[in-house]
Write a protein that binds this ligand. Sequence first.
Ligand SMILES: Cc1cc2nc3c(=O)[nH]c(=O)nc-3n(C[C@H](O)[C@H](O)[C@H](O)COP(=O)(O)OP(=O)(O)OC[C@H]3O[C@@H](n4cnc5c(N)ncnc54)[C@H](O)[C@@H]3O)c2cc1C
Length: 283
Amino acid sequence: MLNSSVVKLSVFAVLTALAVNLFYPNLFRREPPVAITINATYDFIVVGGGAAGSTLAARLSENQDVTVLLLEAGPSDWGNPIFEIPALSMLALDSDVDWAYTTERQEGLFKGMKDERSVWPRGKVLGGSGNINAMVAVRGNQHDYDRWAEYTGDQTWNYRHVLSYFKKMEDMRVEGIRDSAYHGKDGPLTINWINSGPLAQKLVEAGQDLGFSNKDYNGKSMEGTGKENEEKDEEEEKRKQEEEKVDERNEKEEEIEEEEKQRVQEKEEVEKEKGEQEEEEEE
Ligand SMILES: Cc1cc2nc3c(=O)[nH]c(=O)nc-3n(C[C@H](O)[C@H](O)[C@H](O)COP(=O)(O)OP(=O)(O)OC[C@H]3O[C@@H](n4cnc5c(N)ncnc54)[C@H](O)[C@@H]3O)c2cc1C
């Protein structure tokens, strides 16, 4: 009797611990220090603790000889599972950690939306929009960077230049992409496949039916989809290319046959005309 109660209690305790760890992973960890007193002066003050601001502040503070203040308008992200589980990020939208901007009304657009304005979420929390996004690793388009370099006359904006920073921040774990010239392996930002279900596979297949390949969309070109099973997809791509080659060969052979037929027909007509002329002359 005592034994069975002890077992039940132990199972309950283990399950509770697992649940707490899943939903509140930081519950028993110490919150990182947030400044309580503020100095009169700083060497650097970074405004906005989002993706860019946090990175900048972290890099600056690697130098022990300088003081850095990072100011963030929103609350700390510590211990809240919404920021730990990307799929929960939807819960952050239109909440107190979202600036919840809306666009201006535009002729013919957003007809189905409130006030005919599109919603434009932005994170208002330590970590910024990176804390309310879906953590899908998508870079800006290389043509945009090149255009910015052109507009500003500042070549450090061009894609070739910013690529070195994308590479520097990456800890790419995906085999086959890891060693590509577009990716880095030694940075702090780990990138790997996500576990996606059969619906994602169907979307990839639908894309392939429309002619979009499944590949590294942060590589040479952004057009296409990116999902695991690269090998299969490469095989599929090769098979398609082979089929296209065979089709092209068949088309060419048909063209040659058609031309040959026409040549024979023309020759026959010429000979027929010649025969008729000779007959007329004999008469
Ligand atoms: C809903 C959503 C989904 C997204 N999904 C993806 C995705 O899956 N993949 C992807 O690559 N990108 C995604 N993005 C884009 C990505 O999150 C942003 O490009 C990136 O976070 C921008 O970084 P940032 O540092 O420029 O700005 P932010 O991360 O937005 O940081 C700005 C910070 O400044 C703070 N701030 C603003 N004004 C003040 C002030 N006056 N004083 C103090 N602090 C201030 C804000 O509160 C915020 O914390 C998504 C964005 C959103 C909103």
